[in-house]
Design a protein around this ligand. Structure first.
Ligand code: AOF
Ligand code: ZN
Length: 341
């Protein structure tokens, strides 16, 4: 049964990255009742999928899962699987690996035992861990998977998630960013970006809103900031002793040029945050890069030359740009819309 659960888990493939692949088999009297797996990042969990198929037949069944069933924690997109299994009345849960996520670890099995369900772990645990080595390694390092998102004009100006310049990328790029926010459990900006552009950092209906995180050494965030509007939870990391209404203020140590990023990441990991999308500004991106704390970059380049114009929306564009890969470089070329005379 556990081997079958492992095979189901593999169906998640790259779509669940950077979260783990998870599979689940519900069985009774040596017969499979239902199967489930985690199909994609932010999608239903394996147990939830299997329980949905089994319905009331799950009562008295044994659940074989490749990862300890989860417990509710902030930033989670799904109802807790341990609770779902208990409510469905399964009589036994066999888990392969214990969830290394510090917000979950051991707590899922403990909840099941409190509900008088026989819960054990360790069956084919090494196989289960080897399905998602990156996930287990990262949890050991005590930090989320960090994605740096940036948007640049063709002439190399960074522009940020809010304010007037947010309209520099087109609707498809902006919608994709909203999807990324819905998939990431947390989104981070520096106070400079928060002040200059007043971004909301929500998913704008593309899915669940992420936890919003502001790095604000001196607590400069103004009270009227959209990040404090309550539309999604917000954490402000600061070195200040003051508190700010509308957000949770968490004091962490200073470091050269700002706050201790590692301390912030450790705190986010402790809260069960698995993926973090860092949206800028350039100073914050540079700090992540300098300390080797960034795992992935996603860079938009808008075919616009904004250096010479006051209004980025009126800047010269390349109406039909060409993109060519030249060795390790990319060449973007094309006629400019401002060409006259
Ligand atoms: C489970 N079953 O199928 C998976 C689990 O963002 P969420 O809501 O998908 O939660 C992600 C966390 O849930 C992840 O960090 C890991 O601890 C656990 N993954 N747990 O019970 C599943 N994929
Ligand atoms: Zn779960």
């Amino acid at each position: 049964m556990m081997r079958r659960a492992l095979a189901l888990a593999r169906r998640g493939g790259k779509a669940v990255f950077p979260n783990p692949m998870v599979g689940c088999v519900l069985a009774k009297g040596g017969r499979v009742l239902a199967e489930g797996w985690h199909p994609k990042l932010g999608g239903p969990h394996a147990e939830a999928a299997a329980l949905k198929i089994a319905g009331s037949r799950a009562k008295g069944a044994t659940a074989y899962v490749t990862l300890e069933p989860c417990m509710a924690h902030p930033g989670k997109k799904n109802p807790s699987c341990a609770e779902l299994l208990a409510r469905a009345g399964v009589s036994r849960v066999v888990a392969a690996a214990i969830d290394p996520n510090p917000a979950v670890s051991g707590k899922g099995l403990a909840l099941l035992r409190r509900a008088k369900i026989a819960a054990e772990s360790g069956l084919l645990a090494a196989e289960a861990r080897s399905l998602s080595p990156h996930f287990f390694a990262r949890m050991k390092r005590k930090r989320p998977y960090v994605i740096l998102k940036m948007a640049l004009s063709l002439d190399g100006r960074a522009f940020s998630p809010g304010g007037a310049s947010r309209w520099i990328t087109d609707a498809p790029a902006r919608n994709l960013v909203h999807d990324w926010r819905a998939q990431a459990q947390a989104v981070m900006v520096g106070s400079g970006t928060a002040l200059a552009d007043n971004p909301a950092l929500t998913s704008h209906g593309a899915g669940k809103n992420p936890l919003r995180v502001v790095m604000d050494t001196r607590l400069r965030l103004p009270r009227k900031s959209r990040l404090l509007d309550g539309s999604a939870p917000t954490i402000v990391f600061t070195a200040s002793r003051r508190k700010i209404p509308g957000a949770e203020t968490v004091r962490i140590p200073k470091a050269a040029g700002g706050l201790n990023l590692r301390a912030a990441l450790k705190e986010l990991c402790r809260r069960g945050i698995n993926t973090l999308l860092v949206e800028g500004g350039p100073t914050l991106h540079a700090a992540f890069l300098a300390r080797g704390l960034a795992d992935e970059a996603r860079v938009f380049i808008a075919p616009k030359m904004i250096s010479g114009s006051r209004d980025p929306n009126a800047a010269p564009t390349l109406p039909s740009p060409r993109l060519k890969k030249m060795g390790s470089d990319f060449l973007i070329s094309g006629r400019l819309s401002c060409s006259r005379g």
